[in-house]
Design a binder for this molecule. Structure first.
Ligand SMILES: NC(=O)c1ccc[n+]([C@@H]2O[C@H](COP(=O)([O-])OP(=O)(O)OC[C@H]3O[C@@H](n4cnc5c(N)ncnc54)[C@H](O)[C@@H]3O)[C@@H](O)[C@H]2O)c1
Length: 247
C-alpha cells in the first residue's frame, strides 16, 4: 500500500506506459486520474481496473487545450483533494500518431504543430495547472517523458526531437528551480525503444533488445519515491546503451 493517500494525474494514461503507471498507483492503494484524448479507451480501462474503481477517474482531456487541462485538475482536486504526482506520458511521433507519410518538408504543418503541441506545450501547460496546488501543499513530483530522439536528433522526426529535447533540458531544469523552495521535484525519463508496440523491437540498442514498459515504469516509480528525494532537474536516459553505440 505504498501509494495510500497519494494521488497521481497521468496524461496519456489510457495506453502504454501511462496505463501501466496508473495500474501501479491503484495497486499500491493510490488514486489515479487518467487524462487522455481517447475516451473510447475508457470503458475497457474501467473494466480492467474495476477492483479499484472508487480510486480511479478517467477524464477526456486533450493536453493541447488549457481549458480541458484546468477542468481535469479541478475535477481531481474536487474528488481527491490533492495532487502528489503529475506524469506527462501523452505524446508520440507526429507522423505515426497522425497517420502522415513523407519526410519533414513534406509533412503537413498541422502534423508538425501536433508534434510540438502534444509533446512540449502539453507538459508545460499541465505543469502550470498543477503547480499552484503542489505549491500550496508544499510537496509534489512532476515526471516528464523525454526520448532518446531528443538526445540524438532525427532528420525525420524533427518536431518530436525538438519537443522532447525541450523537456529534457529547459523544462525539467526550470520546473526544478521553480519547485525546490516548495519541496516539489521534477525529473525527466528519456527512453530508447520500448515495447509498447512491436515495431520498437527494430530499433538498435547496445544490449540488443528494446525495453519492456515495466523497466521504464520501475524507474519512474523510483523517481517519485522518497528514496529519490535528492534528485531533481535531471534527465535519465534508459535506452539499452543506444546513446553510446559506435556503429
Ligand atoms: N514507446 C517508446 O518506444 C517510447 C520511446 C521514447 C519515448 N516515449 C514516450 O513515452 C510516452 C509514452 O509512450 P507510450 O508508447 O507508452 O505511449 P502510447 O502511444 O501507448 O500512448 C500514448 C497515449 O497518449 C494519448 N494522447 C495522444 N494525444 C493526446 C493528447 N493530445 N492529449 C492527451 N492524450 C493524448 C493517446 O490517446 C494514448 O493513450 C510518449 O510521450 C512517448 O513519446 C516512448
Amino acid at each position: 500500500m505504498r501509494y495510500e493517500g497519494k494521488t497521481g494525474v497521468i496524461t496519456g494514461g489510457a495506453s502504454g506506459m501511462g496505463r501501466l503507471t496508473a495500474w501501479r498507483l491503484l495497486e499500491g492503494g493510490g488514486n489515479a486520474v487518467i487524462a487522455d484524448a481517447n475516451p473510447a479507451a475508457f470503458p475497457a480501462l474501467e473494466e480492467a481496473f474495476a477492483a479499484h474503481k472508487e480510486r480511479l477517474m478517467c477524464r477526456a482531456c486533450d493536453v493541447r487545450d488549457y481549458g480541458q487541462i484546468q477542468a481535469t485538475v479541478d475535477a481531481c482536486m474536487a474528488k481527491f483533494g490533492k495532487i502528489d504526482y503529475l506524469f506527462n506520458y501523452a505524446g508520440g511521433e507526429s507522423a505515426r500518431m497522425c497517420g502522415s507519410t513523407g519526410n519533414f518538408v513534406e509533412k503537413p504543418v498541422e502534423v508538425i504543430e501536433w508534434g510540438l503541441d502534444v509533446n512540449l506545450k502539453g507538459p508545460v501547460l499541465f505543469s502550470r495547472a498543477v503547480l499552484p496546488h503542489m505549491m500550496e501543499q508544499r510537496s509534489g513530483v512532476i515526471i516528464l517523458l523525454g526520448s532518446i530522439t531528443g538526445h540524438e536528433g532525427s532528420a525525420h522526426a524533427v518536431d518530436y526531437a525538438a519537443a522532447k529535447s525541450g523537456l529534457m533540458t529547459g523544462l525539467v531544469k526550470s520546473l526544478a528551480q521553480l519547485g525546490a523552495p516548495y519541496n516539489i521535484r521534477a525529473c525527466c525519463v528519456a527512453p530508447g525503444p520500448v515495447l509498447t508496440r512491436p515495431a520498437m523491437a527494430n530499433m538498435k540498442t547496445l544490449i540488443g533488445r528494446a525495453a519492456e514498459p515495466e523497466e521504464i515504469v520501475d524507474l519512474v516509480e523510483f523517481l517519485i519515491s522518497d528514496g529519490a528525494g535528492s534528485i531533481t532537474g535531471s534527465t535519465y536516459l534508459i535506452d539499452g546503451g543506444r546513446s553510446c553505440m559506435t556503429h
